[in-house]
Ligand binder design. Sequence first.
Ligand code: 3EB
Length: 337
Amino acid sequence: MRAPMHALNDSLPHPAAASVRVAYRHAPLDMLLADPCLLAVFGFGDAAPAQHDDPRYLHVALQALGTAPFECWSVAGNVRHGRDDGIAWSADATLQFGALEVADDGDVEAASAQAYQRLQAWLAASGYPHPLRLWNYMDAITEGEGDGERYRRFCVGRARGIGRELAPAELPAATAIGDPRRSGRFQLYWLAARAAGTALENPRQTQAWRYPRQYGPQAPGFARAMLPANESMPLLLSGTAAVVGHASQHGDSLAAQLDETLANLDSLVATARALRPGLAARLGAGSPLKVYVRDADALAQVAALLDQRLPPMVPRLVLHGHVCRRELAVEIDGVHA
Ligand code: 3EB
């Protein structure tokens, strides 16, 4: 007779339980990097170090409201790391963090095509072939008119760089955000795994890969969330905004956009819980969020609105970043354990 599952789990530390934990921490960077269980650490804005020799550190240019903590990704241990082919990487037995940057002289389609071509080649060769979660940070995301808008050019370049049409089940969760200042760089970073996860969609929203032609010549290639194969991993939430169906909502109200965004996140959590009932029903201490706000003047207002709408234990980092449609004032991504 087989031992019951919980007995096995209680008695054996086994590598399949390895997972990533996301936390915001106020501590010196070198102290965080001294932890051998640290997979990656992110610093935000001008107050954070611009670079570090350790490839596990990544600087994100977006400014934070107040004194930004570092975002830390921790695993069970045995983290290896290095820099190869211009890619900063780290990995444990099942997960890989990686980051690359491409110069963007104004042709973001070319920059993103190059970035995704390099990502594809790298992941295929690295033993962690499944990107679970991707972040794209670029300049001036809503500059340009019609199909010349930079976000639309990015969508074209991303698809061109990948080089084949991905099946819906293969799409990673993603964020695409604009830097309100100009860096001249397209930045791409990721969490990849040895095992594929389950791409999730939101019943309140049209699948992004099915957006109608009015949003550009290439529909955006991302899933609304990713449920990793490993049951102890958190749900990975894509950048989520006040989009219902395919249409932006509440162009006239930041507060209403925030409520719609939170309703979309709740809906994703409910969708994930149908597959993984062990996930918490509500956003909580295990759900660190990144909140991107278009207007610098509105950062404090968004933080105050979130204080009213979220329990205090939900960790959040409020950043000045441009969402990929001009009428969208706020977007939220994060994880949910
Ligand atoms: C939206 O719902 C908002 O192109 O990778 C969110 C997350 C958005 C990811 C992407 C775009 C992307 O359409 C925009």
